[in-house]
Design a protein around this ligand. Structure first.
Ligand code: F0G
Length: 458
């Protein structure tokens, strides 16, 4: 008999989960105006709102917490982190920040100016926000296959080089401070970018004298997909693939809350001494002194270890396989999901699951609320609420897709939890015809309304 797959870790510390009845959850979600962000976490049984900062740390990371050096300047924990970044990524200079968007704030303060354009594969919301905040434009050059959920493509995060070159020719080198590659590409579903595509993008960039920067929140998951799906690299180690991914990249920035396996933190890493010096001025005014930049010593120590653990093959294999296990399970219950599934999350197609609910009644939010009531599982809406209103007309923008994202925290849940999530959705699907109507908005903020919106049942 083949032995079943098990995770490469076991439990040492446990966190309680509280069970309530469906009726109690239905009353609670109504009380908080059907906004899943308003729930206290002890009302949630399986929390799939994000994989960001929600992972479990290892015993080595917790041990490093005790060794944290909280010196204002020259902390030993900073140098431990610097050594990890140098060993894994081969960058000399390191600017820690409190999380990913803070790294964007510092980096873009130094290099992005009014009228610039930043082409790349689909930029993450905060990346785009920090570009647009500086009156520059983020131009999406992802391959078309990324937006076609019906077709299989192993690297849906890839950049379309023709689109990229036409952007370069249209705007010219002087208006393009850098080309941005996000690995994996969160916005199109945690989809990886191939090494061949990274290399071609760098070559094209070099031809025009433009640097390539990388948003590496989920770089280790990307490296895993390269090993599994890109034949030329099947015998390479994850560590070797990572080095190859970054070889021609000028700057990387990271939200360490993902593949850094920590609860908070981020950084910018680079080899350009002059740019590093420029970043330092912004680090000091926005984050803190150069050797901590918004992170405590212990948090830097935990990250120094987390980065090393995050590129271990057995860990990554377990991680990605767990996401794939849930996807397979959902498919056996005919739950419509986006394919192929990426590294960190599964996206449920709410239009297919609740076809009788018009988009103007927020079907993905409705599905999220029903999933919560059914089993206490919390996801996040990626649909009309998130898309917000057209700034000119004030009317809702209706995006092509109404998705419910289930992001899986790292090293937190077991296969039992995956079975539980799938059963919860199967039960919602079984009674979907009885879900008669969605929501109207009672109250909403001027921007980023999804965080605080108050809804009412129709
Ligand atoms: N870049 C990517 C690709 C991200 O996914 C995120 C965050 C950030 C940058 C910003 O980093 O949150 O540390 O400031 N993504 C989270 C998510 C919020 O739920 O996908 P941050």
């Amino acid at each position: 008999m083949n032995l079943p797959h098990i995770p490469p870790y076991k439990t040492k510390v446990v966190e309680p989960v509280y069970f309530r009845t469906k009726a109690e959850r239905a009353a609670k979600i109504k009380e908080v105006n059907y906004n899943l962000f308003n729930l206290h976490s002890d009302w949630v049984i399986v929390d799939l709102m994000t994989d960001s900062g929600t992972g479990a740390m290892s015993e080595q990371q917790w041990a490093e917490i005790m060794l944290g050096d909280e010196s204002y300047a020259g902390s030993e924990s900073y140098f431990k982190l610097k050594r990890s970044v140098k060993d894994i990524m081969d960058f000399e200079y390191l600017a820690p920040t409190h999380q990913g968007r803070a790294a964007e704030n510092i980096l873009f303060s130094a290099v992005v100016k009014d009228g610039d354009v930043v082409p790349g594969n689909a930029h993450f919301d905060t990346t785009k926000g920090h570009i647009e905040f500086r009156k520059a434009e983020a131009i999406d050059c992802t391959i078309d296959a990324a937006f076609d959920t019906g077709t299989y493509h192993p690297f849906k995060g890839n950049i379309n080089l023709d689109k990229l070159e036409s952007v370069i020719l249209k705007y010219g080198k002087d208006r393009i401070p850098f080309i941005n590659i996000t690995v994996t590409c969160n916005t199109v579903g945690g989809q990886p970018v191939s090494l061949a595509n990274i290399k071609s993008t760098c070559q094209l960039a070099q031809k025009y004298g433009i640097p390539v920067y990388m948003d590496i929140a989920r770089y280790a998951e990307n490296a895993y997909f390269i090993k599994i799906r890109e034949a030329a690299y099947k015998d390479w180690t994850i560590a070797e693939i990572v080095k190859e991914m970054f070889k021609e990249v000028a700057v990387v920035w990271m939200s360490s809350k993902k593949d850094g396996l920590v609860n908070i933190g981020g950084f910018i890493a680079l080899n350009d001494a002059e740019l590093y010096e420029k970043l330092g001025q912004f680090t000091i005014i926005y984050e803190g002194f150069l050797t901590y930049g918004g992170m405590s010593g212990r948090a830097m120590g935990a990250l120094a270890v987390g980065l090393r653990e995050g590129i271990e093959f057995d860990y990554l294999n377990d991680r990605v396989k767990q996401v794939q296990y849930l996807a397979e399970k959902l498919k056996t219950y005919n739950i419509p999901i986006q394919e192929p599934v990426g590294g960190h999350a599964i996206y449920i197609d709410a239009k297919k699951m609740l076809p009788h609910i018009p988009q103007t009644e927020y079907p993905a939010q409705l599905l999220g609320v029903e999933m919560y009531i059914e089993g206490g599982v919390r996801g996040v809406e990626i649909g009309t609420l998130l898309a917000d209103r057209d700034p000119l007309t004030g009317k809702d923008r209706l995006p092509e897709m109404e998705l419910l994202r289930l992001a899986i925290p790292r090293r937190v849940y077991s296969r039992n939890h995956m079975d539980y999530i799938a059963a919860t959705l199967a039960n919602v699907a079984a009674r979907s015809k009885d879900i008669k109507a969605g929501f109207t908005i009672k109250k909403q903020a001027a921007i980023l309304r999804h965080f605080t919106v108050e809804l009412e049942k129709i």
